[in-house]
Structure formats: C-alpha cells, structure tokens
Design a protein around this ligand. Sequence first.
Ligand SMILES: [Zn+2]
Ligand SMILES: [Zn+2]
Length: 360
Amino acid sequence: MPTFDLVVVGSGGGPSELNISAYLLKARDSCWSDGVVGIEAGSGLGALKQILERKPDLFNEGVGEKQVRSYTAPQIYSNVRAFLVSHAHLDHVMGLILLAGTVGGPRKSIRSTRQVLEDLEESIFRPSRIWPNLASWNKDDADHMYLYDPLDFKPEYTRIHKDISVRMMALNHGSDPTPYQSSAFFIRHDPTEQEFLFFGDVEPDSLAKKPLTIDVWRVAAPKIPHRLNTIFIECSYPSGRSNDCLYGHLTPDHLVQELENLAREIVKAKSRTSSAPSNPSSPARKRQRLKSRSNSTNTDDLKGALKGVRVYVMHFKEDMENAYKEPIHVVITRQVKELVEKKCLGAEILAAEQGAHIVI
Ligand SMILES: [Zn+2]
Ligand SMILES: [Zn+2]
C-alpha cells in the first residue's frame, strides 16, 4: 500500500536557480491542507508557480462528489509545517530563505543538524543584512516565521509532523577545504512503519577519508524491500568526470559502486536471518555463516539483490552549454541504468523529474 505523495519542485544541483533540490511530502491518507513537509528547499515559490502553469492539476484533491480542491503555489507553501534540510548549501536552502516573510500559515520549523541551523542563523538571518531575521530558537515566538529545531544523529526516530518521523544519518560531502558533512534521512510513515530513504549531497565512500555512506546502507539493508523500497540519491555529473573534480558528489560509476555496497549488505542481512533458526550445524548453514562473515561477497551473489527497489536519481548539475542533445537528467539516469543492468543488480532506476508526482 502506498503511503506517501511526493512532488518534485526541483531536482537539479545548480547552477540554474529554476530547478534546484526541493521536494514536498505528505502522507497519502492526508490532504495537502493538513500540512506538508518540505525536503530540501533550493527552489521554492517561483519554481512551483511555473510548474503549476504547466500542470495546474498537480495538487488537486477530490473533496466529495465532483468537487475538487486545488492549490496555488503560495497556498501549498503556507501549509508547510517543517523543512527537512540535509545541509546549508544555497542550492538546498535558497527557497526557504526567500519564502520567509512572504507566505503565511502556521509557523514552520527548520529541521537539520545544529551546525546547519547555526550556519543559517549566523550567515543569513541574524545579521539581517543578507535577509531580514525571520527565524528564532524560541518555540513560543510567533513573530518569527521559522523555528530552528535541531535533529541529532541518533538511531531513534523523531516525529516531524503528524504520522511522519525521521532518522537522520551523517554523510560526507567533500572537503572545502575542511571536511564538510551532509545528511541522509530515513523518512517513516508511523502508522504503517513504511519508510523511504532520501540522501543529501554525498561524496563516494571510495574517495572519503572516513566512509560514512556504508553505515546508511547497513541500516537500510534489513528493511529492504518490504519496509523500504524507494531511495532518492544524487548523481550530479555524467560519466567520465575525473575524481579530482567531483566536489563531494557522485557520478554514475560511483553511484553504482554505492548500490553494490548496498546489495552486499542486503545479501549479508539475508544470510544472517536465514542462518538464525533451526538446525544451526547443517552444512548449508555453515556455508552461509562463513559467507556472511567474509567481506568479499562474490559479484554473482549480488545478482538481483536490489530487486523490488526503486532508485530515484537526482541533483543533476545543469548542462548550461547544451553539450548533450538530451536533457541532462535523461543522460545521467540512462548511464546509471545501463551500469545497474550490466551488473544485474535488479534495481529500477528512475529520474526524479521536476514537476513529477511520485507515489511512494
Ligand atoms: Zn547540492
Ligand atoms: Zn551541497
């Protein structure tokens, strides 16, 4: 049973300001007017207004016989109760900065690490010179539209809106010049315990000083595919870009390497559960135990390991010079798909396209 509706306001990674990381989420059994969670907020009102000109029915909801409720871009943003932000780079927060002071509705919390919130406060809001100060740490402060509400990297889930909870984990996002962190979110629909996984910008573990993405895969693996079957992850550049010019991002080769890491964790998690019950001394169980102990899973073992998983690729760096004949999200997604098929991993690879309504 699907549990979430997600609308892609922006899925680019810059430099075009018209299409940068921004997603709107609600539980499928609720209405957009019951409250919305923004995941990232690079693009905002302007992008959504343009999308609605092309797709005026995007948020339409049936409200009884033949009656349909529709929403404008400011109405949708006024319903936002929380923005979940992976890191403070402008292509992830620009929309929420510009929105503050324009849209109405209830107070909105910004949920991220304390560091990200302090970066927003110290660089943008408090000096009141780049933007008026419209955010505060005080829960009883209706004068400020935004509430800084920090999240921790901890195993417990934190409720961020009715029926929606989140677990945040740390990611590497390059060194600029000191190591810079981003985050990944496990987003859970509490009544059904169904989840999906959403990545902020991420550096390949193979290039990081201290790999962190593997920890996210280890947490995800035992839930796949029954409790978690959808992953949003970046692939900023097309194939062929050198490792020296990644700036903490993935290419198709690196993304597929990461997906192999996930597949390996799934194989291990399965062999752990299947070797647990009954007859622990049978030869088959012994073989399985040996296999689950070794780190080197044969690539043959990974075949089909990601069956039932949908991977939405996102954060495409715009092709401003028209170097490719097709839109960059089509090019990159096809490159990822071909590599995943070559390795027979079994995952379905899709592009998170601006303006799409994705049912999770
Ligand atoms: Zn970014
Ligand atoms: Zn970034």
